[in-house]
Design a protein around this ligand. Structure first.
Ligand code: HEM
Length: 178
């Protein structure tokens, strides 16, 4: 009998985004920690962040038309609620982080150049008093994103190694396989 699982496009989007988002967190920390690496890392950070925003929007659109498989019926209600809440928090952060990064540069009056010759428009008016709160929001949201990812990975491994209920396999291998 075939077991429900995520369809191939959902799995490709998930596994493509996972290393990109992790790389972004480390690139972000690296560029504020090292003056030497800063110019190179910042040149990665902007286009990669915008790519994550586009992928997150594509993913939300795909998910809306292709709802995920249900969680196991015997999963305790508190765990099911935590799974739902953490997944929506992840989606929210994957959209909010790039928008806040883009907005903070716009507020500071800095150009958002993706690569030489490709510049994005400002999304908020140039106002230096906005820069500081957006800069600190970007920093705090990145910590929340990192903590949520750690929780997400821990929950995935709990399903794979402790409960062995097919939830991990649904994203790792898709429908109908063990
Ligand atoms: C998923 C997307 C993103 C993630 C996970 C991310 C993550 C980070 C992290 C972890 C930091 C370091 C924060 C700190 O330690 O204070 C950072 C800083 C920064 N990010 Fe992002 N970011 C994202 C998207 C963007 C985008 C799209 C832009 C611009 C278009 C951007 C512009 C910046 C800038 C300018 C800084 C700080 C530079 C500084 O003040 O030294 N980020 N980001």
């Amino acid at each position: 009998m075939s077991r429900p699982g995520f369809k191939l496009p959902a799995r490709i989007l998930h596994w493509a985004m996972a290393p990109l988002v992790l790389a972004m967190l480390f690139v972000g920390v690296g560029m504020v920690a090292s003056l030497e690496w800063r110019p190179m890392l910042i040149a990665f950070h902007r286009p990669l962040g915008v790519a994550i925003l586009l992928l997150a929007l594509i993913r939300l659109g795909y998910r809306w038309r292709n709802p995920p498989p249900p969680l196991p019926a015997d999963l305790p209600r508190a765990q099911a609620a935590a799974a739902l809440a953490s997944h929506w928090l992840l989606y929210g952060l994957l959209v909010a982080m790039p928008l806040v990064g883009w907005a903070m540069l716009s507020a500071g009056g800095y150009p958002v150049e993706l690569w030489p010759g490709a510049q994005l428009p400002s999304i908020v008016p140039h106002d230096a008093t906005f820069y500081a709160p957006l800069r600190s929001a970007h920093s705090w949201l990145s910590r929340l994103l990192f903590a949520t990812i750690l929780l997400h990975v821990a929950a995935a491994l709990y399903h794979a190694w402790v409960r062995r209920d097919g939830v991990f396999a649904a994203m790792a291998r898709g429908p109908g396989e063990d």
